[in-house]
Design a protein around this ligand. Sequence first.
Ligand SMILES: Nc1ncnc2c1ncn2[C@@H]1O[C@H](COP(=O)(O)OP(=O)(O)O)[C@@H](O)[C@H]1O
Ligand SMILES: [Mg+2]
Length: 310
Amino acid sequence: MTIRAQGLTKRYGDRTVVDDLTFTVEPGTITGFLGPNGAGKSTTMRMLLGLDTPTAGRATLGGRSYAAHPAPLTEAGALLEAKAVHPGRTAFHHLMALAHTHGIPRSRVEHVLALTGLTDIAGRRVKGFSLGMGQRLGIAAALIGDPATVILDEPVNGLDPEGVLWIRTLLKSLAREGRTVLISSHLMSETAQTADRLVVIGRGRLLADTTVADLVRTSGAAYVHVVTPEADRLRGLLPASCDLAADAPDTLHVRGLTAQDIGRIAAAHALPLHELTPRTASLEQAFMDLTQETVEYQATAPVTRTGVAA
Ligand SMILES: Nc1ncnc2c1ncn2[C@@H]1O[C@H](COP(=O)(O)OP(=O)(O)O)[C@@H](O)[C@H]1O
Ligand SMILES: [Mg+2]
């Protein structure tokens, strides 16, 4: 089912925390919903799920608002940030209670327990759960109705590396089955490895609706890494318009010229090149460039835009 936000807006008092957001999330894909902390991701997800009323605009699943679906748990499963689970209940009873109230069979409870690796600890009380175990239980609850749409708010929070790998695999299989998968995160790297598409927001506004590859391509931070024992001579031969940086005496990082341009100039002057490598900006850099102006609380150390990791 397609998720659609149209002019979605949320104001708290005179603060606009979600500002005229329009985007679409298609079935069969994983869409990463990215933004710095406080960008409005959780608020948007609550509106998609009918848990918060938009000040303006509309959120629909398959053309209808979430509340208008006859059996919402089978239409959309969600994991939201602060999940209220009765601490004295076991994982099994928590899921059984959910199943009971929605006419879902016990076999489905057992299935999602196995899917999330909780079978062995299903009889333990939730209050003894680690953050990662709680997160797995939240994901089990989200999947209990076998939903066509899966909306997970920061699902990787609290998971160890094995858990991160597990959730990546799970999300990919959910998308492969034709489900619509929307996951939020404030971390670019983990999202880029999982998501097909990226919807990036900052201060409630849409900054990009793109693919991982396009984001890197358009970030404008690409450069050519050049290593030559004649770095000083080469530097003097390159046009003044190109941007030069160096991190060693024999190294140049050149922006504004292609590897071919540089190779041609070097060949014309018989300068030896030991390396000539086009490099794209890291995804983190692309994300930072995109969201820099919108970050609510800037770190005190300035971010250097030239310090691009390969
Ligand atoms: N119920 C609320 N009342 C007032 N402000 C809120 C409320 N919920 C969220 N906010 C504010 O809205 C902004 C966006 O919050 P949130 O959607 O949680 O961002 P994110 O999930 O991207 O970190 C934050 O500045 C937050 O303080
Ligand atoms: Mg949030």
